[in-house]
Design a protein around this ligand. Structure first.
Ligand code: FES
Ligand code: FES
Length: 81
């Protein structure tokens, strides 16, 4: 059913500053109003956010198109959308 398909939040990654040791929930469904992070909007979709912990303070590019094979990180897949 179409509700269970990720939607494209944007066809580009979101640059974010990650903090070492902090846990994040990347929005996999594309429906969050707080991109690129989950805000609970996936509830009806059957999709779940991707939980990850930053290993260091660093800038990262989190996938906005929700098609990356390396989620939560952008792998360039948005370029072919
Ligand atoms: Fe998209 Fe939670 S709002 S995974
Ligand atoms: Fe999704 Fe780049 S934004 S792969």
């Amino acid at each position: 059913m179409s509700d269970s398909v990720p939607i494209i939040a944007q066809k580009a990654p979101y640059p974010v500053e990650l903090e070492a040791g902090k846990t994040y929930f990347w929005c996999a469904c594309g429906r969050s109003q707080n991109q690129p992070f989950c805000d609970g909007s996936h509830k009806a979709t059957g999709l779940s956010p991707v939980r990850f912990t930053a290993e260091a303070d660093r800038k990262a590019f989190l996938c906005g198109c929700k098609q990356s094979a390396r989620s939560p990180f952008c792998d360039g897949s948005h370029k072919s959308l």
